[in-house]
Design a protein around this ligand. Sequence first.
Ligand SMILES: [Zn+2]
Length: 204
Amino acid sequence: MSCDDGYVDDPGAPQKPEVPEHVQDAIRTLIEWSGDDPTREGLIDTPKRVGRAWLEYCQGYQEDPAIHLSRVFEEVGGYDEIVLLKDIPFQSHCEHHMAPITGKAAIAYLPKNKVVGISKLARVLHGFARRLQIQERLTAEVASCIWDNLEPHGVAVVIEAQHGCMTGRGVRTPGVNMVTSRLCGCFLDDQRSRKEVLSLMGYG
Ligand SMILES: [Zn+2]
């Protein structure tokens, strides 16, 4: 069995990025350190694959997530209710172990006079998630990006995730979700708004 690294032998497909020799060497060192032989057949191309995979996991470094909020609609037609996107799946990597963080996010805002296409909220999330992260900072970065760029009445971000560094090593506790939240504006200051948004998200 072999696994797909997302690149196919089709001239129209994206070119595989070159993985410099020193990066491959680093991965060989890690394989050796883990107890295996980087020269055995199954591992020969692994350093290249891992190098490319990490470029993808950390694609967020190539972008400023705020760019997704630059195209706003200012005519909200008197809409003054909460906009909520929930159960957005994402993957990130923890900066302490470079282990996967897998989870879902709920992102809500109460617009003042700017709204964005709903998929843009997910793009902002992925822009910050595709970096080395801690869940607390990821949650805060998504919230402030929306807060600063849409200038809404309120922003609420709740992230629930499992950490590979907890499920696969250390205390080895699968099935434990870590929940973080960041509330701004009316969702922070006004108890009724906070209750409303959290219950819409399913945390009421
Ligand atoms: Zn970790």
